[in-house]
Design a protein around this ligand. Structure first.
Ligand SMILES: Cc1cc2nc3c(=O)[nH]c(=O)nc-3n(C[C@H](O)[C@H](O)[C@H](O)COP(=O)(O)OP(=O)(O)OC[C@H]3O[C@@H](n4cnc5c(N)ncnc54)[C@H](O)[C@@H]3O)c2cc1C
Length: 468
């Protein structure tokens, strides 16, 4: 184990936390599934300090858990219970190094929150088109390390699609400066993409160059009541057929999940006269002023209402109404947490298979645990559903959570039947490595293990995560 005094000498007194009351919040995950223990949280303020810390840890073979905002849904950023792992928090690496509205790029350090990055882009009259409900806490390093998806994947892709360059501290303390901001650069293996989605197991991302896009100048949003996921999909295909390029978000919510939001989140209001089995949030946006988003939104909606694909709908008339509609969607995770214990399945299937998947997985889970409350929601426009399962009312939360593998496996059987993935945007973390041999076994997992061995031969980078 690295001596804490040597680490303190690198990062200074401000850069190290050792008191258990200070380290405790860093040692537990957002879902409260894991409670780890660490001798210290190291908070370097520069890439050089990160490199010196990692070099020291490599020499002493001290395991490091990189941590950004600690909003991982799969326990990716918490240390083990045995107190052997240091946490390296990137929160003091929080400078925006450059914004270039001509190149449409932004160079920023790993600890900048996603929200701060979005605001900086807007300040330069551009947009960073990555939006997730945890954006106030999630940091750029963490977002890239898990290849986050979120609300705008349907239009702009995942975090991976927005990265032009990276700066990474490798597992031996070497700094790789790959902060290029080129749109074309075919010069060997694409190393940056190796680190995107690697969940801290290969190195520590210290800075990145992200692509920006033109800022949306006209945004139109509707909240629609539908009878079923089939109707939600039908509405999506209608918008796609009409103007696919206009869709910036297309989200599904269940009636029950929305009920939890109305129950637990202060100020949340249903903007429709009556409750429905499912709801859809559809947002259209364009950088063109007067781009006709409102009329497109309305005309597709009118036809869908007439055809009884949509039962009722409201279109936001102000920025405040738009924010209120988004809040109903974004508070789903928090509301479920307040309602009780939940088992989460972040899965993806081809968009066309989402309704069949929801039906099949619902039947499988209700058979296993009568009274289980099924709360599917998420990014139906890109095929990613958070198929969350809430404990039956009045049941013991610990008993329910102990069923997690049985429930996740039952859901995954249905996912597999539709050629889907057992982890769409949250990654593997500590929750799902046991699934890897079954889903990614053979040549694929062997290749991943060879990459891990080559880049982190002493195994100090986030051990126990991602790979089984
Ligand atoms: C309410 C809520 C809503 C969410 N919604 C979404 C959503 O819509 N879409 C989505 O994709 N995710 C979502 N998430 C999951 C989570 O917010 C994202 O995974 C986010 O990208 C994690 O960022 P973070 O900074 O909190 O990373 P952390 O949780 O701190 O870390 C995540 C992983 O990345 C590693 N890591 C962190 N920083 C670095 C670094 N600098 N270098 C190398 N490795 C690093 C960690 O070791 C860990 O394995 C949500 C989470 C919550 C709590």
């Amino acid at each position: 184990m690295t001596h804490l005094s040597a680490l303190r000498a690198i990062v200074g007194d401000h850069g190290i936390l050792t008191d258990p009351s200070d380290t405790a919040p860093y040692s537990q995950d957002w879902r409260r599934l894991y409670q780890g223990r660490t001798p210290a949280v190291i908070r370097p303020a520069t890439t050089r300090e990160v490199a010196d810390v990692v070099r020291l840890c490599a020499e002493t073979r001290t395991p490091i858990v990189p941590q950004g905002g600690n909003t991982s849904m799969v326990g990716g950023a918490v240390p083990a219970e045995d107190g052997s792992q240091l946490i390296l928090s990137t929160s003091r690496l929080n400078r925006v190094r450059a914004v270039d509205p001509v190149d449409m790029t932004m160079t920023l350090e790993a600890g900048v929150t996603l929200k701060a990055a979005q605001d900086t882009a807007i300040g330069a009259n551009c947009m960073l088109p990555l939006s997730i409900s945890s954006e106030g806490s999630a940091q750029i390093g963490g977002v890239l390390a898990v290849n986050a998806g979120g609300n705008n994947t349907v239009r702009y892709g995942n975090a991976r699609d927005l990265v032009l360059g990276l700066e990474v501290v490798l597992a031996d303390g070497t700094v790789w400066n790959g902060l290029r901001r080129l749109r074309k650069d075919n010069t060997g293996y694409c190393l940056r993409q190796l680190f995107v989605g690697s969940e801290g197991t290969l190195g520590i991302i210290t800075a990145a160059v992200l692509k920006l896009v033109p800022r949306s100048r006209e945004i139109a949003i509707a909240f629609c009541a539908v009878r079923s996921p089939e109707d939600a999909l039908e509405l999506f295909t209608r918008y796609q057929a009409h103007d696919a390029a206009a869709i910036s978000a297309f989200e599904l919510m269940s009636g029950l999940g929305t009920e939890f939001v109305l129950k637990h989140i202060e100020g949340a209001v249903l903007p429709l006269a009556s409750a429905a089995p499912f709801y859809v949030l559809v947002e259209l946006a364009t950088p063109r002023p007067g781009g006709g988003m409102r009329s497109t939104l309305e005309s597709v909606l009118e036809d869908a209402l007439e055809a009884s694909v949509v039962q009722d709908a409201v279109i936001a008339e102000s920025e405040a109404q738009r924010a209120a509609i988004w809040r109903l969607r974004e508070e789903h995770s928090e509301a479920q947490k307040r309602e009780g214990a939940s088992v989460k399945n972040d899965v993806s299937v081809p968009v066309s298979k989402v309704p069949a998947f929801i039906r099949g997985a619902t039947a499988a889970c209700e058979k296993l645990i009568p009274g289980i409350r099924i709360v599917p929601f998420g990014h139906i426009g890109d095929g990613n559903i958070h198929f969350n399962l809430e404990q039956p009312e009045g049941s013991d939360p610990a008993w329910f959570l102990a069923q997690d593998h049985v429930l996740m496996d039952a859901v995954n059987d249905v996912v597999r039947a539709y050629d889907g993935s057992f982890s769409a945007e949250h990654g593997i973390g500590r929750l799902k490595p046991y699934m890897m041999p079954d889903w990614r076994g053979g040549a694929e997992l062997a290749l991943m293990q060879r990459i891990k061995a080559a880049l982190d031969p002493t195994g100090i980078m986030n051990p126990g995560k991602m790979l089984p």
